[in-house]
Design a protein. Structure first.
Length: 211
């Protein structure tokens, strides 16, 4: 009986050590963001979810709310209806004109709604991330769900985040899409929804060292 208890203690100890080592490994791999100075510029780049479609005024869009939450300037570069191929073409000029310190990238929703080739959407987003990083800016990736019954997020979002080592918010848009009280129509959040989106992004920026 004593030997059995001793073996059990050893097994439990080994399990604790294993879990600690794994947690340390995950911590080391966690993407870090450069701390943002108070005069830093953040670019919110995307489609109607970034533009703020569904809110009554632009001050209710998530970039505007985020600016108030974190005390850094956030430029709203959202274009309603834009697909990722168009966003990729627009991004280079936008980066050159603004030279942001951080880009919050939320794209792909219109590709998914129009049932475009998902592999091309993934490649377009990958090129966007590479372009941003080449310009010396950090990236935060926001995932959007597929328009199916479960509103699942495509696998390429977490895969891109892992490959390029960028922080990603993978659930907030899907959560909003599942919450009728936080939407202005079948797709877009209302003011309360955009505020929750901004709050979640602010927490992500804080968790990864940007603020």
């Amino acid at each position: 009986m004593i030997r059995h208890n001793q073996r059990l203690i050893v097994v439990q100890f080994c399990l604790i050590v294993f879990l600690c080592l794994n947690l340390a490994s995950c911590s080391e791999k966690q993407a870090k963001l450069t701390p943002l100075a108070h005069d830093a510029l953040i670019l919110a780049f995307g489609d109607s979810l970034t533009f703020g479609t569904g809110s009554h005024v632009q001050t209710e869009s998530y970039p505007a709310v985020l600016q108030g939450l974190i005390g850094r300037k956030v430029i709203n570069a959202g274009v309603p209806g834009e697909v990722s191929a168009q966003g990729l073409q627009r991004l280079k000029t936008t980066l050159q004109n603004l030279s942001p310190n951080l880009v919050i990238l939320c794209h792909g929703a219109n590709d998914l709604l129009r049932r475009l080739d998902i592999s091309k959407t993934e490649r377009n987003l990958a090129e966007m991330i590479e372009l941003i990083q080449q310009q010396g800016a950090d990236v935060v990736l926001l995932a959007v769900p597929q328009p199916n019954l479960l509103l699942t997020v495509p696998n390429f979002y977490p895969q891109l985040a892992d490959y390029y080592q960028v922080p990603a918010e993978l659930s907030i848009v899907a959560e909003l899409e599942r919450s009728p009280e936080l939407k202005s129509d079948s797709i877009h959040p209302n003011a309360s929804g955009y505020r929750q989106m901004a709050e979640r992004i602010a927490l992500l920026l804080q968790a990864h060292g940007a603020i």
